[in-house]
Design a protein around this ligand. Structure first.
Ligand SMILES: [Fe+2]
Ligand SMILES: [Fe+2]
Length: 477
């Protein structure tokens, strides 16, 4: 029997303490503009931790940062209690990220109609104080960054090491690694190799951009990501677990020396679909599979996955429904909650309302007729449109949008009526733009990427919830 690494990975728990709100209007606006659940986060985390505590198929749980909503001290203190519970049953390894130190000054309380800025937030020293028991204290080696944050290496199990990396800052221009930090990482990887251990790693920011560049390019990735990917892969990191984007995606990278690195970008635990990412690595295969928090109890009431779906959908739906409602004040308030503030909004509300009412009510049958009239019958396949004529266009749009977070659970395979209708429609702007000579190349490339993204989300060839591959060494043979 060879060695086996068996663990679960969670990320972006964004725990929000119930003591920070009374659930009133200010909170509703905040919550309604967020993909993840806030007030319910504790209940979701408790359910996930209980599931993992009793899970005989894993030995360890890894958490890839953004543990608290915005670095609130009270959230850290309550989270540490939850981690202590889980740690009674499993090894727990945690890294922190930017949301754990409130780097954007965004920590707030929400009572009644108002929000107040919260001063009581954590700093780098607090990260060590709260989380040293979950990785740093067990470390073979640690590295303290210029911000006073820690990366560490632990022996995950026989034959395997885990690199828990803090990539909050490269010291120059964003997240990532300074040359000194990377040198320490390389030394650790060489040492592991020398002692015959295989290595998996976790950090918060994405290394391998995925889906399409305008969405998962530089913004969500750590700096110098090509260098990071090549250094990790060529020095033997076999699997890398990241969060931050809240998107679910599995991507491979092959180093110049032939080593393969698989990156799992895992969705936030407290948003749709509540992913618990399970990993099993043995001598032959590396296998990954996603399980879900299918049910949780909050304030005595039981909620299921439908609730998470509806909540995440709310990021768009709450704004659209407010636009369609006829209540201009509600619409302006919802825009404000999303950071959209423009004094001209009420002036154009009648137009916005009209458009929103059309978007939220039109069905595929009627939409396809309109599009085909405008495109002289060359827009949407009539047979496909007829087959799903009663389906609301907006519900298809929500499904596609949420596939970003669930990695394609709601994908429609190629050839299905929904795939055909969406594919036909999404390619229209590109076709028009390509015929117009004066459209700038960057506009053309964004349209191409949007088309590509929708296709990827509609019919993803790579299942982003499941992965199984022969180990690199076996491929080399
Ligand atoms: Fe996050
Ligand atoms: Fe983040």
């Amino acid at each position: 029997m060879g060695n086996k690494a068996r663990f679960a990975v969670l990320t972006d728990l964004h725990y929000f303490s119930p003591s920070l709100t009374d659930g009133g209007r200010a909170y509703q606006l905040r919550s309604g503009s967020d993909q993840k659940c806030l007030l319910e986060s504790g209940a979701i985390i408790d359910k996930a931790f209980t599931m993992l505590a009793g899970d005989e198929t894993i030995d360890s749980v890894l958490i890839c940062g953004d543990i608290t909503d915005d670095g609130e001290t009270v959230c850290h203190e309550e989270m540490v209690e939850k981690l202590r519970f889980l740690n009674k049953y499993k090894n727990v390894y945690v890294i922190t990220a930017t949301h754990d130190r409130c780097t954007d000054g965004n920590a707030k309380t929400y009572f009644g109609d108002e929000y107040q800025h919260l001063e009581d937030t954590a700093d780098a020293d607090d990260m060590y104080k709260y989380y040293r028991k979950f990785g740093i204290d067990q470390a073979i080696s640690t590295y303290k960054t210029h911000l006073g944050l820690y990366s560490y290496v632990v022996k995950l199990c026989d034959g395997f090491r885990l690199l828990g990396l803090n990539d909050d800052s490269n010291g120059v221009n964003g997240s990532g690694y300074s040359p000194e930090h990377m040198q320490w990482i390389v030394e650790q990887l060489q040492q592991a190799k020398k002692e015959g251990d295989r290595v998996v790693a976790m950090q918060h920011h994405v290394v391998l951009g995925h889906y399409v560049p305008f969405l998962t390019g530089m913004g969500i990735c750590c700096r110098d990501r090509e260098w990071v990917a090549e250094t990790f892969a060529s020095n033997g990191v076999e699997a890398l677990f990241v969060g931050h984007s809240h998107f679910q995606n599995i991507t491979e990278y092959t180093a110049e020396n032939g080593n393969r690195l698989v990156q799992a970008n895992i969705g936030s635990l407290v948003g749709h679909p509540g992913p618990i990412f399970k990993v099993n690595i043995d001598d032959d295969y590396i296998s990954m599979n996603t399980e879900y928090v299918k049910e949780f109890t909050f304030e005595g009431k039981t909620y299921n996955t439908e609730y998470l779906y509806e909540h995440s959908k709310g990021v768009v739906a709450n704004l659209l429904n407010a636009a369609a409602s006829g209540d201009v004040d509600e619409f302006v308030a919802r825009c404000g909650a999303m950071g959209i503030r423009n004094e001209k909004l009420p002036k154009f509300y009648f137009l916005i309302k009209k458009l929103a009412r059309y978007i939220t009510t039109v069905n595929v049958g009627s939409f396809a007729k309109t599009v085909n009239r405008l495109t002289f019958g060359k827009g949407i396949d009539k047979t496909a449109a007829k087959q799903i004529a009663d389906k609301k266009v907006i519900d298809i749009a929500y499904e596609i949008f949420l596939n970003l977070f669930d990695g394609g659970i709601n994908a429609h395979k190629k050839g299905t009526p929904t795939y055909t209708v969406v594919s036909d429609f999404i390619s229209i702007p590109g076709k028009i733009v390509n015929k117009l000579g004066f459209v700038p190349d960057n506009v053309k490339s964004i349209l191409t990427e949007i088309t590509e993204l929708v296709h990827l989300l509609m019919d993803d060839n790579i299942d982003n919830n499941y992965y199984r591959a022969r180990c690199t060494k076996l491929i080399e043979k």
